[in-house]
Each structure stands twice: as C-alpha cells, then as structure tokens.
Design a protein around this ligand. Structure first.
Ligand code: HAM
Length: 556
C-alpha cells in the first residue's frame, strides 16, 4: 500500500464546527473595521524576497531563519538565442529568408510551426509574396535541453517537407537542434538523423527570488507605494485577513502556516499619519474588538522604541553594555550584540534573561519628541479608558518599528502568549523605496484567538443549533421531505433532511447523533393531514404540530 500523505508539519486543516468560530471572528473583525472606516486590502501571498529583507530586516529571526524562499525558475529566452544564432551562422539574412515563420509556402509553413519547428533555412532567394520553389537547407529547433520532444518535432518537420505534395519544396538538408552550451546533453535522447549542436551564450533570464509572506505589513506598504496611494493626500486605513508563513518550530499557538487579521493606517505626514492619536485610536479599536469577540482578561503591553535616531543611540548604549556580558550569553546574542544589539531583547533563552533584565532600558534613550509622542498616546488611552502596562523590553522582532510598540497578551495561551502585536513604522516606506509615509498597524494571530476562545468556559465553536432532523418514513417521501426542509431553511432554521430508506429506529439514532434538538416525522398520514409528529430529545415529549406552525414550534 502506498504511504498515506498528511498535511505538512506546522500546517493543519480547519474543520467544522471550529471553522464556524473562525468565521464568527472574521465577521466580528470586519464589522468593527467597518465602523472605524477601514477598507479591505488583499495583497499577493508571495512577494519578491527583497521586500522582506529590506522591510522586515535581514537580521531579524523572520528573515534570517524563517522564510519560505525559492528561486522562481530560470526562463529560457528562445528568441534571444535564435537572433544570436542567425547573426553568427547566417550573416546573409536573405539566405535564411528571415524565415522564422515563413517558407513562402503557407500550408507547409503553418504545419511546420504547428509541429514545433522554430526556423526554416532556405537556400536561394525567394521573392516575398510569390510562391517560388524553395530549397530547404535545414530545419532548426532551439531548446533549453535536448529532449525527445524536440527531436520528434524536427523529424516530423522533415517528413512534412519530404512529403510536400506540390513539390514546391526541394533539396532537403539537415535537421539541426541547437541547445545552450551551459546545459548538459542528456544521454537517453534519440539523436539519429538529428545534428545536436551546443551553442555558447547566456540564454536564460535571471531568476527571481520569491518568498511566501511571513507577515503582511511590508506587502501593504509596497502596495501603497505601487498604487501611489499617498497622492490622494488621505490617510489610508486598510485591513487584511489571510495566511502567513514562517518556518518556526511548531508548538501550541505556533504554526508554519498561520492566519493574521491585521490593519494598517498609513499616509503622508500632511494627512496626520504621525499623530499619536492614530496610535491611540488603533489601540482603542483593538480593545473594542477583543471585547466584542468575547476575549476576557487580555493585557495591553506598551512601549516606545523611539525615532530612528533614538534607536541608533540606544543601540550604541546597548552595544557598550553588552561588551562585558555578551560572552556569557547564547551564540545568537553574541552575534546580535555586534550586528543589531536591539534584537538581544527578543532572546528567549532562559539563562540569558537575568542578564537582559539588567541592561539599560530604551526609555532613557528617547529624545523629547519621542517622549512627548508616547505621553500623548498614553493620555489618549487614559481618556478612552483603555488599560495598559509599560513593558520596557517590548522592542518587537521586526526592524521597521519606530516609537509606539505594543502587544496584547493573554494568560491562557502559554508560551506563545501574544494574541497580537504591532506598532508604528515611520520609516518603512522609505526603506523600500517609497515616499515618506508614516504608519501604524497591528496583526492578530487568528489561530491564537481561536485557541483563547475555545479555552473559555461556555464557548461553543458553532452556536447556531441544529433545531431538527426531518425523518421521512419511506423513500417515496424523500421529495416531500426536501420540500419541507426547504421551507424551514427559508425561515432561517438549521435543519437536517434525513433519508427515507432508513427504518424509523435508525432515523432516531442518526437524528440524536447529529445533535438535533428535535425530530420531525413525515409519513403518508402526516403529509396528507398536514399535522406533523415532533419529538423533543431533551424532554422526550411528543407533539402534533400543524405544518404552518412548525417553524415557530421548532424555535420555541
Ligand atoms: P508579529 O508580532 O510578528 O507582527 O505577528 C503578529 C501576531 O501574529 C502575533 O502576535 C501572533 O499572534 C501571530 N503569529 C505570529 N507568528 C505566528 C505563528 N508562527 N503561529 C501562529 N501565530 C503567529 C507582525 O506580523 C506585524 N506585521 C504586525 C504589524 C502590523 N505591525 C505593524 N503593522
């Protein structure tokens, strides 16, 4: 038996009834985003690798270790090769009759093209528009590799010319297959009657490095730049819902394909994009959203990583402080201590934690503007009644952050306790070649929202009840049963239509297993009288209900 295939490690299938909870979360998020005047953006799932290297930062864990990156296959540039071959081998163009597509013999020409012959080299000069007898010198195919398909194309072409019924084509010469010198010649290819020739030159377009998106902020900012959204002069308020990919070690709440619900507020400074009120508004929206989702007991952790200049200053302070202690830390920290000291604060190695706790805090390196910005954010949060705690170590694992950084955490999640994370990224647009476009945003881990909700008492993944199972007695009643189900469904009820070939006992068993609250019996008598028999599984009570009152009765 062949080996069974499973979902790839770190990925998973989402199934009902849990998917109903996913849908509810997404519907609630969409409703809240709409009230805060956000519109949806959908960016591609893969992007040029350079976007993440420049946007998220080469030294971050995400970019240096966790991306799914591949080279998007080299492209064989056939026309470049044909031009070069003609230039070198047939400098007298007239003899080739410029014949990439014409042997001045329409029928044969189309047939040759159809079988895959690239070039017909003619001897003698043909006059365009006139059908003179042609002397075919050779048929040529160009390929990225020697394949039996190409050999076959040439041989078929040869047959066509040889069998030219009008005998307009004569004196047939070679079948020639030209391949780039850089590709090895495969030994299993049939080379009888065909001359295979290797040809020097670069005939492959350079490949592009692509990456499955590990996050969506860089993609949104790329789209903002590409579509010149800044030129509207308006703040762009964009939300997204979709999968992201990181090659992390899978564990509870951490997957290699996971879902984010995120939003970004970005625009030119003239639109107010730098204002601390934007930060406060985003945070207040998140508090509202988590409350509406029914997530109890979240904590908002807040910090400021300052401006680019503050960060540079803090990096120097940290670098100096790390000189003495880094040798006692993990190898990653030893490297980061030199390349990007801020990332030391992300370290999760338990032995390093006391050392990190004793390092200088970024708050002491902030300039007056950054301090004032942070103070304005907290003042607005206080006014809106959104509680928060200051976490001096919260520098976040992506390089683009400036000023406000935040995470909403939840105790029920264990080690991966961040429900969501975000912050301000005032220099990201410029870092990827765009205009000045300060912004702030966040992304929630949807997988973690689901875990948190399922961990709460009384949480039902799918709260819509299956109110009834409709059991037809006998196959002859199947269609009447479907009509009854349709009626009830149109009035908004979730019902299951049973199967008339089941014996009554089996129908009861299936109905109970399906979780239906009641069973409705539809026999010949019920159909004729319009009075249905309904049994309530919870109470055991059996009732006779007129068809017109059934929908009301079932929802009681
Ligand atoms: P992030 O902190 O890397 O930020 O991810 C945001 C959230 O995505 C995390 O708090 C977590 O809930 C979830 N998450 C991350 N990795 C995984 C994983 N492997 N499995 C399950 N959930 C995960 C960003 O991605 C930024 N783009 C957020 C942002 C938007 N900043 C500004 N704008």
């Amino acid at each position: 038996m062949s080996q069974t295939l499973k979902a790839v490690r770190g990925t998973r299938d989402l199934l009902p009834p849990e998917t109903a909870l996913w849908n509810r979360i997404e519907a609630t998020a969409r409703a809240v985003f709409a009230r805060y005047n956000f519109g949806e953006i959908r960016t591609p799932i893969f992007e040029d690798t350079g976007l993440f290297a420049r946007g998220v930062g080469e030294e971050t864990d995400i970019v240096s270790k966790e991306m799914y990156t591949w080279s998007d296959g080299e492209r064989f540039e056939k026309h470049k090769m044909i031009d070069e071959w003609l230039k070198r081998n047939k400098p007298d163009g007239a003899h080739v009759q410029a014949n990439r597509s014409s042997v001045e013999h329409p029928v044969i020409e189309a047939q040759l093209r159809a079988v895959g012959v690239d070039l017909v080299v003619m001897r003698g000069v043909a006059i365009p528009g006139q059908q003179l007898p042609g002397y075919v010198d050779e048929l040529v195919c160009f390929g990225p590799v020697v394949s039996n398909d190409l050999v076959l194309a040439l041989k078929k072409g040869g047959e066509l010319v040889r069998n030219d019924r009008n005998r307009e084509l004569r004196a047939f010469g070679n079948l020639r297959l030209i391949v780039p010198a850089s590709v090895p010649l495969t030994p299993w290819v049939d080379r009888s009657e065909v001359i295979v020739e290797q040809f020097d030159g670069e005939f492959f377009a350079s490949s592009q490095s692509l990456t499955l998106r590990p996050e969506n902020t860089a993609g949104v900012v790329r789209a903002y730049i590409e579509h010149k959204l800044g030129e509207t002069g308006q703040l762009q308020k964009l939300f997204y819902i979709g999968p992201q990919f990181r090659r992390e070690r899978p564990q509870k709440g951490r997957y290699r394909q996971f879902w984010q619900i995120g939003a970004e507020v970005i625009g030119p400074p003239s639109a107010g994009s730098e204002s601390p009120l934007r930060d406060a508004e985003v945070l207040e929206m998140l508090a509202t959203l988590l409350d509406e989702l029914g997530i109890a007991g979240w904590t908002l952790e807040l910090n400021s990583v300052g401006s680019a200049a503050d960060r540079a200053r803090y990096n120097d302070v940290l670098r100096a402080a790390l000189v003495e202690v880094a040798p006692k830390m993990c190898v990653d920290c030893q490297r980061r201590a030199v390349t990007n000291p801020l990332r030391v604060l992300d370290c999760k190695v338990p032995e390093d934690q006391p050392i990190i706790a004793a390092l200088p805090v970024i708050a002491d390196s902030l300039d007056e503007d950054s301090k004032a910005h942070f103070a304005a954010v907290t003042a607005a949060l206080d006014a809106a009644g959104v509680p928060y705690v200051r976490n001096h170590r919260l520098v976040r694992g992506l390089d683009y952050y400036t000023r406000t950084t935040f995470e909403f955490t939840h105790g029920g999640l264990g080690a991966q306790n961040a429900l969501l994370g975000g912050g301000r990224y005032d220099g990201l647009s410029e870092a990827i070649g765009g205009p000045k476009a300060p912004g702030i945003g966040f992304a929630m881990g949807e997988d973690r929202l689901v875990l948190t909700l399922l961990g709460q008492p009384n949480e039902k993944p799918d709260p819509l009840p299956l109110v009834a199972y409709l059991a037809p007695i006998g196959e002859g009643l199947n269609s009447a049963n479907i009509a009854l189900a349709s009626e009830l469904r149109k009035s908004g009820l979730r019902v299951e239509a049973g199967e008339g070939s089941f014996r009554l006992k089996k129908s009861f068993e299936v109905a109970e297993k399906s979780g239906a609250q009641k069973i409705v019996i539809l026999g010949e008598d019920e159909l004729a009288s319009g009075i249905l028999t309904v049994k309530d599984f919870a109470t055991g009570v059996q009732s006779k209900v007129p068809r017109g009152e059934l929908a009301d009765f079932l929802t009681k």
